[in-house]
Design a protein around this ligand. Structure first.
Ligand SMILES: Nc1ncnc2c1ncn2[C@@H]1O[C@H](COP(=O)(O)OP(=O)(O)OP(=O)(O)O)[C@@H](O)[C@H]1O
Ligand SMILES: [Mg+2]
Length: 537
């Protein structure tokens, strides 16, 4: 290990001892403004926080006053290392900013250690007191002075000045250079702080961008790993940055609402509210007041004024889920709200401005509905500014396995359990089924499999697919219980496992959802895809 302690140089006792641990006197600068060089240096220093500019100007200044001069500024990194911040050398090419060097063999190291200036009056190529001595003297420099940059008793770097011989380094320059060094210490400190702020800002901006990217890429619980879904996410990311209306299309259960949320979260409105209204789940007569609010007395039962969802979404995003279910009267009002960014509460005259970005979603064939007059063409064009088509689950090959694992983990979390292992055999069995109800159906199926299956492993009985949907076991129905079970399973198959909502199985059977759930338990009915053997009835 070469821990070569530098030979003490033939240093000159400075006429005005520099630093030496003496407390930094902030008033010194104000007391000595008579020196034109110093005054110019102060002006230079105050003119900008850009260190490079400050140093370039100070370099030019010193050269003007002292002739051919080499100026170098170093910043201490730790006990052993420093880096070059700036070098202005008319004679020698030198590694630029960021070059690290070992303090142990350099004049900077000596000045930092002593916290005092070190001066070599006569550079000698053979003396090797410091690493730089030979190079500098061969380049024609005669003397070298190194000043520690001291701020609040900390030596944060060094200022090095080399002169060609005969320029009268000591007599003429030392006194000035030492004071300039104090200024440079402040400039260095300030600009390093500014740089640090810039660096943190950039870091923050990058983290922010990453976070947004992640939200839209699926780290927020939305799986999108295969090429088809990546394409969707790319479109979502692009449109998220704008205020354009988005129309998300896709079969039932493909994740339309989830995508709408992801777009909101990746948009500049992310800090604003996100309001989701499912137009298919609200009784027709109440949709207008739900969306636009109502005044007191607007209709029977309107006992007080109520704000609508448009107003609630002000400054944020309004998701109009199942927009295909909006009655024509509501469509007229929606169009006006989207065009004018103003709404009127039901039973009110006042126009209220709303700043809302609208994302609509539907699984219905809107073009067909436009053709037979069930959906307004003008509204269709308005909301269709940026259509995004979600592929069905069966077309998402590379997404399937990660999605199953993600859903299993999510469901296990909901059930307060450790997620069971998901083997490739289970995944292949699941994959063989076409999942007409898409991710929602898969999620429903997995939830049931987790509840009734073993705790440590996901078990998928085969073959998957509802017997009733395939018409397989219909003729074996013999008892009352089996008949009821078949009826329940038939309704569940048609709704892809969905129980709630106007297109859920409960509504189809004319039952309350909670009643249906009770009956499902009692008659041990299976959701689509569930092929456990039927219990004896
Ligand atoms: N890519 C995905 N990653 C993770 N979960 C998903 C994904 N897509 C859908 N899901 C889950 O599937 C379920 C259905 O999703 P969502 O409600 O967004 O679908 P939808 O298309 O709006 O369905 P519907 O047509 O029935 O309204 C939700 O529980 C959702 O979290
Ligand atoms: Mg939906």
């Amino acid at each position: 290990m070469a821990t070569e302690t530098p030979t003490p140089p033939h240093d000159h006792a400075p006429p005005h001892p520099a630093g030496g641990g003496a407390p930094h006197d902030p008033h010194a600068l104000h007391r000595a403004p008579t020196d034109p060089l110093l005054e110019e240096a102060i002006t230079t220093l105050l003119s900008t926080v850009d260190l490079e500019t400050v140093l370039e100007r100070i370099g030019a200044l010193l050269r003007r006053h002292f002739g051919v001069t080499r100026i170098a500024l170093h910043r201490r990194l730790d006990e052993r290392w420093a880096e070059v911040l700036f070098i202005d050398d008319p004679r020698l090419p030198y590694p630029g900013r960021g070059h690290r060097f070992d303090l142990r063999r350099s004049i900077s190291g000596a000045a930092l250690e002593r916290k005092a200036a070190v001066v070599v009056e006569h550079l000698d190529p053979g003396a090797q007191r410091f690493d730089e001595e030979r190079r500098l003297s061969l380049a024609g420099y005669g003397s070298l002075a190194c000043f520690p940059l001291i701020l609040d008793r900390n030596a944060i770097g060094t200022l090095e000045i080399a002169h060609i011989p005969g320029e009268g380094m000591i007599d003429h320059c030392y006194h000035h250079a030492e004071r300039v060094a104090r200024l440079v210490a402040i400039a260095l400190h300030n600009s390093l702080m500014v740089e640090e702020v810039h660096r943190l800002n950039r870091l923050l901006a990058r983290e922010n961008a990453d976070l947004k990217q992640q939200v839209v890429r699926g780290a927020g619980g939305y799986v999108a790993e295969g090429p088809a879904m990546r394409q969707v996410m790319e479109e979502a990311r692009r449109v998220a940055a704008t205020d354009a209306a988005v129309l998300i299309r896709g079969e039932t259960g493909t994740g339309k609402e989830g995508l709408a949320r992801a777009i909101h979260e990746a948009s500049p409105r992310a800090t604003g509210p996100l309001v989701v209204v499912n137009l298919g789940a609200i009784p027709e007569g109440l949709i207008e007041s739900e969306l636009f609010g109502h005044e007191k007395g607007a209709f029977t039962g309107a006992t007080s004024r109520k704000r609508g969802q448009f107003e609630r979404a002000h400054g944020g995003t309004l998701v109009l889920d199942e927009i295909g279910d909006a009655p024509l009267a509501v469509q007229v009002r929606l169009l006006r709200a989207l065009q004018d960014h103003r709404i009127r509460r039901v039973g009110g005259d006042e126009e209220i401005g709303v700043d809302v970005r609208v994302i609509a979603a539907t699984h219905r064939p809107l073009e067909e509905m436009v053709a037979n007059g069930r959906f307004r063409e003008d509204l269709y064009y308005r909301i269709n500014a940026f259509p995004i088509q979600l592929p069905p689950l069966r077309a998402r090959g590379d997404d399937f396995a990660p999605l199953v694992r993600h859903l299993v983990a999510r469901i296990a979390g909901r059930l307060n359990r450790r997620p069971p292992a998901v083997g490739t055999a289970a995944i292949e069995r699941l994959r063989a089924y076409p999942w007409p109800g898409n991710v929602r159906e898969l999620e429903n199926f997995l939830e049931r499999a987790l509840i009734i299956g073993p705790a440590d492993e996901l078990v998928v009985e085969q073959p998957l697919g509802s017997a009733l949907a395939a018409g397989g076991e219909a003729e074996t129905v013999v008892t009352f219980d089996q008949g009821v079970r078949a009826l329940l399973e038939c309704a569940l198959t048609q709704t892809h496992g969905k129980i709630y909502g106007p297109d859920g199985a409960a509504a189809r059977l004319g039952l309350k959802p909670t009643t249906l759930q009770g009956k499902l338990r009692r008659f041990a009915a299976r959701t689509p895809g569930d092929r456990r053997p039927l219990p004896r009835a």
